[in-house]
Design a protein around this ligand. Structure first.
Ligand SMILES: [Zn+2]
Length: 259
């Protein structure tokens, strides 16, 4: 399965998934139909499905225009979010399967950024689409869930094999890693990744995909077991209860909100 990032709006990514065997394909999230349809033509693929990660307009805002251009599209999204996903035809629950040509993806419920957020994991391809829950170097804001729920959702993604490639919803990586480096200046994997990401961005290239292994080594929201991270947060939040991972996670999220 070929995966092609399609820039959307100012810093979103849609992704074209193209099954080489059948020529059929899907798009993960669509804010703007025109660039997605241009990509479909350029790759001579047959668009059969939209895989929506969550209901925010910068992930589903192009659905109606896509359906006007390709009327028999399957539009997948969380059953919990169905009223908020334009054009939805397939209402998904945890563990459900989505089809992209001959490839099969598994739905993983990962609520907190929104209450019905899902990831799409393709085990045979070793790829996961994480929307606005797991970003390279960060995580989504807690709009419809709390810190404990986001930690549980991220833990489900972190349990995937380390070499799983991670495609997320926004190009936030450089800023995320700059924030991460303020909390773990001694993390060499983080410093190395930040340097690599800065050079990609200078060349105006995408920083996706990351991998689950890289995220576990560099993403502060997956590193609440790091003594250096805990000590850094404690210098800014001396009142933080000792040994409370959820409180530590919530404090990191609040610090990031103001970074
Ligand atoms: Zn969002």
């Amino acid at each position: 399965m070929e995966i092609v990032p399609v820039p959307q709006l100012s810093d979103n990514y849609a992704y074209l998934l193209i099954d080489a065997e059948t020529g059929k394909g899907a798009v993960v999230d669509c804010a703007e139909a025109a660039p997605v349809l241009a990509g479909v033509r350029r790759h001579a693929m047959r668009l059969t499905a939209v895989l929506g990660t969550h209901h925010h307009f910068d992930h589903v805002g192009g659905n109606t225009d896509l359906l006007a251009a390709v009327p028999d599209l399957r539009v997948y999204g969380s059953a919990d979010d169905a009223p908020r996903i334009p054009g939805i035809t397939h209402r998904l629950r945890d563990g459900d399967t989505v089809e992209v040509g001959s490839a099969r993806g598994r739905v993983i419920m990962i609520p907190a950024h929104t209450s019905g957020h899902v990831a799409y994991y393709f085990p045979d391809e070793g790829v996961v689409f994480t929307g606005d829950t797991l970003f390279a170097g960060g995580c989504g804001r807690l709009f419809e869930g709390d810190a404990a729920q986001m930690m549980a959702s991220l833990a489900r993604l972190a349990a995937l094999p380390d070499d799983t490639r991670v495609y997320c919803g926004h190009e936030y990586t450089e800023k995320n890693l700059r924030f991460a480096a303020t909390l773990e200046p001694g993390n060499r994997a983080l410093q190395g990744k930040l340097a690599a990401v800065e050079s990609l961005r200078r060349a105006n290239r995408p920083t996706v995909p990351s991998t689950i292994g890289e995220e576990k080594a560099t993403n502060p929201f997956l590193r609440t077991d790091s003594a250096e991270l805990a000590a850094s947060v404690r210098t800014r939040r001396p009142d933080l209860p000792a040994g409370d991972r959820v409180a530590l996670f919530a404090a990191v999220r609040q610090l990031k909100d103001r970074f």
